[in-house]
Design a protein around this ligand. Structure first.
Ligand SMILES: C[S@@+](CC[C@H](N)C(=O)[O-])C[C@H]1O[C@@H](n2cnc3c(N)ncnc32)[C@H](O)[C@@H]1O
Length: 290
């Protein structure tokens, strides 16, 4: 549906096409819950690539959103209601907690099941205990933790051994996912704030003691060259945890370790940062103090 007529190239016409693509996306089961800013940015670029052809731009927008979001949820949206029901039961039967989100075995089993639905947390599960022990053993107990582009990682709060006073601030581009996480953190008794936020659109200026930016720099770089790296400078935190995947979603390693470690270490070398690192089977972790 190429809009024809004498106004084909003026601003009003391109606004209409953008609106048409955005409207089509609001009808998509998979993408209707995403931050409007994200859809708009991807749609704008898709319209340019498609030469203004709206149906083609709709397809390209869906492909673009798949790449930065959908690919991590291969089974579609997790069954949030069912998970919440199981979690409510587990928490009701539970034995109480001395750390933030401290959870008994049954509650942890429900959380692990939920974390399996998102590729990023699923890949982290085999080393979850060690992952958070290595990080939080090395930093003073934080009053605030910020988890940017969090995916389902806030479900791992019981593995972080945070004080009950810690406020956990999580954000991502998926509104139903953030509503789900808000409810989960309520149930776990974690002090928290959740927000739908696009990191290319919403500046991250509020301070936090620890900021987690897990496996997200490459995803932001796909959306705008420099966006992931700029964010590392912009984040207002004395401690920053930045990680990179070392295996692709298809599990085949493609020299990802070399690429990401070389890029990060060059970036860090140009800054007055103290950096420690460790590696799990599929993730390279940098703990930055500044
Ligand atoms: C590789 S996953 C990492 C998820 C989580 N940090 C983890 O490691 O478990 C990338 C995440 O970035 C989110 N994302 C993609 N583009 C984004 C953007 N522009 N702003 C904020 N989040 C974004 C996706 O929804 C997805 O949850």
């Amino acid at each position: 549906m190429r809009v024809s007529g004498s106004s084909a190239d003026d601003g009003t016409d391109s606004d209409e096409r953008l609106h048409a693509v955005e409207t089509a996306l609001t009808k998509s089961k998979r993408y209707s819950g995403l931050a409007p800013a994200t859809v708009r940015r991807v749609a704008r670029r898709a319209l340019v690539s498609s030469g203004g052809d709206v149906p083609d731009a709709v397809k390209r927008t869906k492909r673009g959103l798949h790449e930065i979001y959908g690919a991590y949820l291969p089974g579609g949206a997790p069954p949030y209601r069912g998970i919440l029901r199981k979690l409510e039961e587990a928490v009701a039967e539970g034995t109480g907690a001395t750390t933030s989100g401290g959870a008994d075995e049954h509650t942890r089993e429900v959380l692990v099941g939920a974390m399996r639905t998102h590729a990023s947390t699923r890949e982290r599960l085999p080393s979850l205990e060690r992952f958070y022990r290595e990080i939080f053993d090395r930093v003073p107990a934080p009053a605030t933790v910020r988890d940017l582009a969090c995916g389902l990682n806030p479900l791992a709060v019981p593995w972080m051994s945070l004080p009950t006073s810690t406020v956990y601030r999580a954000s991502d581009i998926d509104a139903p996912q953030m509503a789900f996480l808000d409810r989960v953190l309520d149930l776990l008794g974690v002090r928290h704030e959740t927000a739908v936020a696009d990191l290319l659109d919403d500046p991250v200026s509020a301070p936090a003691d620890v900021t987690l930016l897990l496996k997200t720099v490459p995803c932001l770089e796909k959306q705008r060259a420099g966006a992931g790296w700029d964010l590392l400078d912009a984040v207002n935190s004395p401690t920053l945890v930045v990680t990179f995947p070392t295996k692709s979603l298809g599990r085949r390693s493609k020299g990802m370790f070399q690429t990401h470690s070389a890029a990060f270490e060059q970036f860090a070398a140009e800054r007055p940062w103290r950096v420690e690192s460790f590696e799990t089977d599929n993730e390279l972790v940098y703990l930055v103090r500044r």
